[in-house]
Design a protein around this ligand. Structure first.
Ligand code: ZN
Length: 418
């Protein structure tokens, strides 16, 4: 493994740094969680950047990662540390920005790969500013980053580190998206977003609202009048239109129809949904966009490099700054777009293990048949029901039917959770 790394690394231009890393030195200055060690190599030369774990700081790092992986807010994590009187890496108070750093540059404590036992370098490329001689740094494409394992400096379990990286990508891209996107959204995108929001809201509502004690509460519609059927008095429900057949229905008769309708979900229905032209098109769209945006991202980076190479000494600094700001924003936006499409993709992909999904669903139906108010089963089921439509006739109640519309994406995502 190490030999492979070594061969690969020697092809690159960073032999000096690589040699230092392989002797145990980590480039860069003071890093939270480690103490610098003064050591000499076999030739009696000092090894720059040799480190050992600082156990006291390592314990704090483990705590921070654990809390973040559990979904706690950055601000709350910082508040906690500050309350305990623990000094931040720079001394003084902890701030969210030192934990997450920059999304584009992939900096910040929570992204420090050394905590996972890997040194990552060659992330930035430095150029001299043509006018004032200051160093400018730009981010290299990720495939040019160099990673070398130093397992003895790992502070975290790999599993924890990876969990946090995933959460970071999701949380920061969603946060930035909320901030950046509204200004440039088309009407169609805005509509999509509001539909997505209301779905999310429904999901949260279903989990959080412990008082929703009927599985069909708020989701039941009259098939004839397209109106909500609501509770009128104890255990009775009605369509608001006078004279409608769907009036004065007892909970017991509704729940029977509803459970029959819900029980009809099977593999074929899920497959049909995912193989429909509409979903196929959605899927093709996201796949295409990911490819297109990835190419665009590469082009952006190439164009930045080209301009830096072409910059003459007489270029004006304000123009340069504007150019970089503009490109940095474009890169950020493109990365967000890619992340967005990647998040949407599973919703249009036929899930594997369909039989498990159906099995779980049928178990849920069975628990509800046994006790239709079972709060846990009710909460689970409410998450995946989009709408129930009741087509009843008062003349002949045996003919009454209920049709169920499912939020199939929810069925899949609730099944993914452990
Ligand atoms: Zn009605």
């Amino acid at each position: 493994m190490n030999a492979l790394y070594f061969k690969d690394l020697l092809d690159k231009t960073h032999r000096g740094v690589v040699a230092a890393v392989l002797r145990g030195g980590v480039p860069g200055g003071q890093l939270y969680g480690y103490d610098l060690v003064h050591a000499l190599d076999e030739f009696g030369e000092p090894i720059r950047g040799k480190r050992k774990i600082n156990e006291e700081q390592a314990a704090i790092i483990r705590e921070i990662f654990k809390y973040y992986a559990e979904g706690r807010k950055l601000k709350h994590i910082c508040d906690d540390l500050n309350r305990q009187g623990i000094d931040s890496p720079k001394g003084g108070k902890w701030a969210s920005s030192s934990l997450v750093g920059s999304f584009v540059r992939q900096t910040g404590m929570l992204r420090q790969t050394l905590y996972d036992g890997f040194v990552t370098f060659n992330k930035l490329q430095y150029r001299k500013h043509p006018e004032n001689g200051k160093r400018l740094s730009i981010v290299r494409p990720e495939k040019e980053w160099i990673t070398v394992p130093i397992p003895e400096l790992a502070i975290l379990k790999e599993e924890t580190f990876l969990k946090v990286q995933k959460a970071l990508d999701e949380r920061s891209s969603m946060h930035m998206q909320r901030k950046l996107i509204p200004a440039v959204m088309t009407d169609e995108e805005r509509r999509d977003k509001s539909i997505r929001r209301s779905k999310e809201w429904r999901r949260n509502q279903a989990v959080g609202n412990k008082r929703a004690n009927a599985v069909f509460g708020g989701k039941l519609y009259c098939g004839e009048h397209d109106q909500k059927i609501t509770a009128t008095y104890a255990k009775h429900y009605s369509c608001p239109v006078k004279g409608c057949a769907n009036r004065n229905l007892h909970y017991d008769e509704i729940i029977k129809l509803v459970l029959d309708a819900i029980a009809e979900l099977d593999e074929a229905k899920i497959i049909e949904h995912f193989e429909s032209d509409e979903i196929q098109q959605v899927r093709a769209h996201h796949t295409r966009e990911i490819e297109r945006l990835t190419r665009y991202l590469e082009d952006l980076r190439a164009s930045i490099n080209k301009v830096i190479d072409a910059l003459g000494p007489d270029a004006r600094s304000s123009e340069i700054r504007a150019f970089f700001d503009d490109k940095a924003e474009q890169i950020q936006r493109t990365k967000l777009d890619i992340a967005h499409h990647k998040r949407e993709l599973p919703g249009s992909t036929l899930p594997r293990k369909l039989e498990n999904i159906i099995q779980r669903h049928q178990n849920l139906v069975a628990s509800l048949r046994a006790w239709s108010r079972d709060p846990e089963a009710v909460a689970c089921m409410r998450q995946i029901i989009e709408r129930l439509t009741l087509c009843a006739t008062s003349q002949n109640k045996s003919k009454a039917v209920c049709l169920a519309n499912f939020d199939l994406q929810s069925i899949i995502s609730t099944n993914k959770r452990p």
